[in-house]
Design a protein around this ligand. Structure first.
Ligand SMILES: CC(C)(COP(=O)(O)OP(=O)(O)OC[C@H]1O[C@@H](n2cnc3c(N)ncnc32)[C@H](O)[C@@H]1OP(=O)(O)O)[C@@H](O)C(=O)NCCC(=O)NCCS
Length: 172
């Protein structure tokens, strides 16, 4: 059982998942995420998708010890989707296009296009347009940095920390 869990939790690459039958578009970033490799053939991911340290499932073995069978069901993720840290997308879920799934959310069901969802169970909190406008307004009052922190030297990083103080900032 422990071996199974360790094996399951290992991050998979897009190539490995495609070889197991997953349908995955272009510009898909799976950052330390666990995409259900056992039932990868039931997972469909569109273009421009980032999944950060989250779990995407297409099976549910809760029935196995009791009736001898595991539930399996297609899970789909549309285009232009960001899935936050620690989120779980359960088997049978369908996430539409232009969606943000908040950190730690538990998605079980249908998430419509153009929505931001969070919580357990995941619920819509606003539309993508509202979220974009809110952040554009915040940017006007915030420090905006045109260089990625990962490309900065330590001195620049310390300087940025001092400039930011406790305020919100935006990094390109
Ligand atoms: C969901 C998310 C997109 C919302 O962003 P936002 O609207 O700017 O969030 P705010 O900070 O303005 O918070 C709005 C409200 O939602 C709550 N909230 C924010 N993120 C939440 C989350 N992930 N789960 C539950 N509640 C959350 C806040 O507590 C706040 O509640 P309040 O109105 O009762 O005070 C964002 O918080 C998030 O989860 N982003 C993903 C972060 C991530 O995974 N980063 C990984 C590295 S890239």
């Amino acid at each position: 059982m422990i071996g199974f869990i360790i094996e399951f939790l290992k991050g998979q690459t897009v190539g490995q998942l495609r070889r197991r039958g997953a349908i995955i578009g272009e510009n898909v970033h799976l950052m330390s995420s666990s995409i259900d490799k056992y039932t990868a053939f039931l997972i469909e991911i569109g273009n421009n998708v980032t999944i950060t340290n989250a779990i995407v499932l297409a099976h549910d073995a809760s029935t196995k010890p009791f009736i001898g069978y595991t539930k399996i069901q297609k899970t789909t993720i549309g285009n232009n989707v960001f899935i936050g840290m620690g989120a779980i997308v359960q088997a049978g879920s369908h996430i539409g296009n232009n969606v943000i799934v908040g950190a730690g959310a538990n998605v079980n069901g249908i998430i419509p296009d153009n929505s931001v969802v969070l919580g357990n169970p995941a619920k819509i909190v606003c539309s993508i347009d509202e979220y974009v406008n809110k952040n554009k307004e915040r940017m006007e009052k915030s420090l905006v940095v045109e260089k990625m922190c990962s490309d900065m030297k330590k001195k620049e990083l310390i300087n940025l920390r001092e400039k930011l103080g406790d305020s919100l900032g935006y990094e390109v």
